[in-house]
Design a protein around this ligand. Structure first.
Ligand SMILES: [Cu+2]
Length: 143
């Protein structure tokens, strides 16, 4: 009896978790809606642990990958191939910096915040091209 109840509760917890987790779509574009070149749109995503981010290859020639060192401790990095649509489920709270490798120097970057978090102090300490840095700074201002 108690065992059945426990299983029932576990199932209910699982199902409610699934119901609340969201999938958020991010487009990879040659030109953004405000006319700027080589962008992820939206460039800043506020997610919750367990949410899925889906990168859509709306235009060709882009990829989505976590920039080296720009992810929370304990989180797993991801790396999509060029033209590949990838879905990543982010369970670890923190800030993730995502880049498009071919257009990193042109500033094709975006930021995902998972949970209610502050920008890590060392987020922009690595080698980041100027244009990318400016966009990251603007994105981090959302935190
Ligand atoms: Cu790109």
């Amino acid at each position: 009896m108690i065992r059945k109840l426990t299983i029932g509760l576990a199932l209910a917890a699982l199902m409610s978790g699934a119901a609340f987790a969201e999938t958020i779509e991010v487009q990879m574009l040659n030109k953004g809606s405000e006319g700027e070149r080589m962008v992820f749109e939206p460039a800043f995503v506020q997610a919750q642990p367990g949410d899925t981010i889906k990168f859509l290859a709306a235009d060709k020639g882009h990829n989505a990958e976590v920039n080296k060192g720009m992810l929370p401790d304990g989180a797993e990095a991801f790396k999509g191939k060029i033209n590949e649509e990838i879905e990543v489920t982010l369970d670890v709270k923190g800030v993730y910096g995502v880049i498009c490798k071919p257009h990193f120097a042109m500033g094709m970057v975006m930021t995902i915040a998972v949970g209610d978090v502050d920008a890590p102090e060392d987020f922009l300490e690595g080698r980041v091209p100027r244009k990318a840095k400016q966009r990251f700074e603007a994105q981090l201002a959302n935190l």
